[in-house]
Design a binder for this molecule. Structure first.
Ligand SMILES: [Zn+2]
Length: 252
């Protein structure tokens, strides 16, 4: 079974993620955006170049907009210029794009293909396969589960288990045991076992390094990668995964 990981926005703590991945024989695709910072430290251009030696660097737009709100000409510019920006730093072909907030429409998907990307990632979760390489779903985000960790809206306090509520129908459909819904790590482990036992095409883990820090999830991430290693999961970058899936389709 193939596992791929991706990390969004290009925060400085991505260097920490890269080290953790390397410790467990894994690689990552880092979707770096030049403008988004949320007042957090970002990777420098030199950091991005260094990361590109052992991991993959993907494009994530220039200004991190909600692409479907933009005029088609602006969607195309955001996509094309971010590819050129990444390639200017890494001196390698940038094969992958990630839609900011996962938001995409027919224009965005068309321009990603026209720009020459191999594929594009969304934020759709609890999936193990894809129907369209320009709308690649994920399996699980490294984020608080089953409860919220922050209450940014007044109603969050009466919906403390929002993460579980949102995921529950799909988790039941996947026959994830209730006992695995007690923590993020147990859920991640159960989903990985589901993927292995059902011979699913992939498991895609993703996240933001600044959130892993804020929600103190480093230990859970390491334990999950250790578990994946013990289950002989093969780790590949997002584009390596796509190349492998597309290659399989051609031979069928
Ligand atoms: Zn982002």
């Amino acid at each position: 079974m193939l596992m791929t990981t991706s990390w969004d926005d290009g925060y400085e703590l991505d260097l920490e993620i890269a080290q953790v991945l390397q410790d467990y024989n894994c690689t990552g695709t880092f979707y770096v955006c030049p403008k988004k910072n949320k007042n957090k430290s970002k990777l420098t251009v030199d950091d991005v170049f260094d990361l590109s030696k052992r991991h993959e660097i993907g494009a994530h737009s220039v200004t991190h907009p909600w692409l479907p709100d933009l005029a088609p000409v602006d969607i195309e510019r955001e996509i094309l210029q971010s590819k050129q920006w990444v390639e200017g730093i890494t001196n390698k072909e940038c094969k992958m794009f990630c839609y900011p907030y996962g938001a995409n429409n027919a224009h965005a998907r068309k321009y990603v293909e026209k720009a020459g990307f191999l594929g594009a990632r969304t934020v759709e979760s609890l999936q193990f396969s894809m129907a369209n390489q320009y709308a690649m779903p994920t399996t699980l985000q490294v984020a608080p589960f089953p409860g919220r960790k922050e209450f940014k809206q007044w109603w969050h306090k009466i919906d403390m288990f929002g993460p579980l509520r949102v995921k529950l129908p799909r988790l039941l459909e996947l026959h994830v045991p209730l006992g695995a819904m007690k923590s993020w790590l147990q859920l991640a482990g159960a989903l990985l076992i589901h993927a292995i036992e059902n011979d699913e095409p992939y498991f895609h883990l993703w996240g933001h390094s600044d959130e892993i820090e804020r929600y103190e999830m480093w230990d859970q991430l390491e334990k999950f990668l250790e578990f994946a290693n013990a289950n002989e999961v093969k780790c590949v970058t997002n584009s390596e995964l796509l190349e492998s899936l597309i290659g399989q389709n051609k031979t069928e």
